[in-house]
Design a protein around this ligand. Structure first.
Ligand SMILES: CC(C)(COP(=O)(O)OP(=O)(O)OC[C@H]1O[C@@H](n2cnc3c(N)ncnc32)[C@H](O)[C@@H]1OP(=O)(O)O)[C@@H](O)C(=O)NCCC(=O)NCCS
Length: 225
């Protein structure tokens, strides 16, 4: 018997999800602002897209400034989740930190991705990237927590992250968030230099909501609730 939050009810995501609402009312966490990416973020984004250690485990090439501007422009146009495969990105803004491009509202220190993998089955995937100067301070966890709140708020039943087996910081983040290590795929990707392995982490909406319940032990391992 299905004992999840949805029980026997067919899953239903609140689609289409449009970023317009977040233009007007960005997500605010304790230290960060999460909002749609804008073209003027390109220099802040380039500051991490140009670093080999940042893209080592991402399906991204190293980008020069022009390529970052093109990529950022492209992502500003990806504004909605409606059909399987659609993805949207959110800038992780640190208020008070001067932006490289001179913006006064803060610096874009990283970004989040939310992908609709299956509307019929209420499945989404998430991703994250942070400039190294801002890693190790809990910003990724803070931003990802808000992303999981957003995804479950949309009605996502299962949220997954695909991580290279060698990407220890991202696996550690998944585990801090309470995602369960569900599978390892051997040689499922070729990165141009060799075959890579992928770990799939995931959790359900019910598991996430249990972790977000006041008083819940958010340091407990997944499945402990
Ligand atoms: C994956 C990635 C986002 C993780 O970033 P991160 O900064 O390590 O993650 P967190 O925000 O959870 O920070 C955790 C660290 O901050 C520390 N920390 C400091 N202050 C903190 C606070 N106030 N709250 C929480 N943690 C805090 C934690 O102790 C932890 O330190 P540790 O790594 O020494 O154990 C980052 O490594 C990254 O951008 N990598 C490159 C891109 C990439 O590979 N993306 C993933 C593709 S699947």
């Amino acid at each position: 018997m299905n004992t999840t939050a949805h029980g026997g009810t067919p899953p239903k995501l609140l689609l289409p999800f449009d970023l317009a609402a977040l233009d007007v009312s960005p997500i605010r966490t304790a230290r960060l602002v999460l909002r749609p990416i804008r073209a003027r973020d390109a220099d802040d984004i380039h500051a991490y897209q140009r670093l080999p250690e940042v893209v080592a485990y991402l399906p991204w090439p190293l980008r020069d400034r022009e390529a970052s501007h093109e990529h950022t422009e492209l992502r500003t146009k990806q504004r909605a989740l409606a059909a399987d495969g659609d993805g949207v990105a959110l800038a992780i803004v640190l208020p008070g930190e001067p932006g490289i491009g001179g913006g006064g509202e803060g610096r874009v220190i990283g970004d989040l991705t939310l992908i609709l993998t299956s509307a019929a089955h209420a499945q989404v995937a998430v991703g994250w990237v942070l400039h190294p100067d801002f890693q190790g301070q809990g910003y990724a966890r803070e931003a990802a927590t808000a992303l999981l709140d957003l995804a479950t708020g949309l009605g996502a039943h299962r949220i997954a992250a695909s991580v290279d087996t060698a990407n220890e910081p991202s696996q550690a983040l998944c585990e801090r968030l309470g995602l369960r290590k569900e599978a390892t795929f051997h040689h499922d990707r070729h990165d141009g230099t060799g075959w890579r392995d992928t770990v799939i982490y995931a959790l359900t909406d019910a598991e996430w909501l249990a972790r977000r319940t006041p008083g819940a032990d958010t340091t407990a391992p997944p499945g402990a609730h």
